[in-house]
Design a protein around this ligand. Structure first.
Ligand code: B16
Ligand code: MG
Length: 224
């Protein structure tokens, strides 16, 4: 039987960096005199940095020059990184480390599939970079989720067929991307939001005892 590979999204699955994105986007919005709420921040989950700023400007009905756009992107990222540089392993979401270590001990291929251009820095900061065989992030793709490129690249680098991959995702666009890639999609979050995933759990503590074993044994590989 071929190996099952496991692909993890980063923000919302491994760590909650959305709160840091929020602080940094909020300060930027304030400078532009645009109101920016937590509800709007929700809509930026899984969305690239460029597209996030475009959305904020659309919500505030603002047009700015390309130079100003690039300056704002840089200063947002600078503030975001100041929060990231204070992170440590205690910020890993519940049972994520346990799941990663379990997969590693079973020698299952593991990849990261994230929209973030800061993914490597976050993995290093939380001391889990060695657990990943492959990292595909915002620097490596030309098409953002819901395009499946990020996950298909990860499968290719792992040398595993897409139908042998399982994806953990917290965003609507990410689950859509996993489905289009013909991978088993596991939503981390609420059933109301991620109803199009093959399975949805609130977090990793809710994964049934034998679930990982069943995924490895292809019990749910029926999507082709
Ligand atoms: P950066 P994920 C995404 O991470 C975040 O959910 C999203 O809010 C952020 O805009 C995007 O990364 C880009 O992040 O500014 O660090 O490049 O969920 O795909 O791991
Ligand atoms: Mg995410």
């Amino acid at each position: 039987m071929s190996k099952t590979a496991f692909i993890f999204d980063l923000d919302g699955v491994i760590v909650d960096t959305a709160k840091y994105h929020f602080l940094a986007w909020q300060r930027l919005a304030k400078r532009l005199d645009i109101e920016f709420t937590e509800e709007e921040n929700e809509q930026l989950k899984g969305v690239s940095r460029v597209r996030s700023l475009q959305k904020i400007l659309e919500w505030g009905n603002k047009t700015i020059s390309e130079t100003e756009f690039n300056d704002l992107m840089a200063s947002k990222n600078e503030e975001y990184l100041s929060y990231i540089d204070d992170m440590d392993q205690s910020e890993l979401l519940p049972d994520v480390l346990k799941t990663l270590k379990d997969l590693k001990s079973k020698k299952q291929p593991i990849a990261l599939g994230s929209a973030s251009k800061n993914a490597r820095r976050i993995l290093k900061q939380t001391s889990i970079n060695d657990l990943f065989d492959v990292i595909v992030d915002g620097n490596d793709v030309s098409k953002a989720k819901p395009d499946p490129e990020v996950f298909l690249n990860a499968a290719k680098l792992l040398n595993v067929k897409p139908e042998d991959c399982v994806v953990f995702e917290d965003s609507v666009a990410g689950v859509t991307a996993a489905n289009s890639a013909n991978m088993v999609s596991i939503g981390i979050g609420s059933k109301e939001v991620l109803g199009h995933a093959d399975f949805v759990f609130k977090d990793f503590t809710e994964l049934p005892g034998d679930f990982i074993k069943e995924l490895i044994n292809k019990k749910y590989a029926n999507k082709a």
